[in-house]
Design a protein around this ligand. Sequence first.
Ligand code: UDP
Length: 232
Amino acid sequence: MGNLIYEGKAKRLYSTEIEDELIQEFKDDATAFNGLKKDKIAHKGELNNKITSIIFGHLINEGIPTHFIKRLSDTEMLVKRVNIIKAEVVCRNVAAGSLVKKLGFKEGTELDPPIIELYLKSDELGDPLFTDAHVLALGIATKEELEKIRALTLDINRILVRFFAGRGINLVDFKLEFGRDKDGSIILADEISPDTCRLWDAGTGKKLDKDRFRFDLGNVEEAYKEIMERVS
Ligand code: UDP
């Protein structure tokens, strides 16, 4: 393995012999509430690596450009090197989380059309919600890049809503990160897993995602395993 070039809360990135390719390793560490709550979830790294590999593979088959090349091992995947855009893109089909806490939505309210939000990627500032005008003024992305990111996010949402519905899961909301590849094209990066999505069982409404960890609902590993089995 190459040198560690970045360590985040849930993943590590390593260089490889190929300049444009990195290894993305998934850790068992879990954090919530901007790092205030910390623990490990047994086998989370392996489960999220496998779930992300399956979902990115499906998105690639459906024509979405992503950084995913292939899964290498239980906890590692090979990805294209990108220059990460410092905006987290959240897409919501159903009201939950901060929409309930900060804006007073009733949990479970359907959102049609889906709501797309941008958050500044900054641990020091606590990832605040921000607008297109802030993105442009901070030089984080261009107007054309933002348009591309929104269009890709809506395409990804359509693909994933159908993918999860076929597996008895309601895709409530999710967070995406995009980057620029070596040619400057916008591609999907990071991960898509129960760490970054809200996934509710379509029949019972049972939460099968990181909210089980955030709110001490119990059976966290079992929920991630359930998602793994359903997407396999
Ligand atoms: N999310 C994420 N990383 C973050 C913030 C949010 O992956 O740093 C995901 C979260 O898991 C949920 C969606 O984005 O699926 C919307 O999260 P929300 O804004 O409701 O915030 P939260 O409840 O996570 O604080």
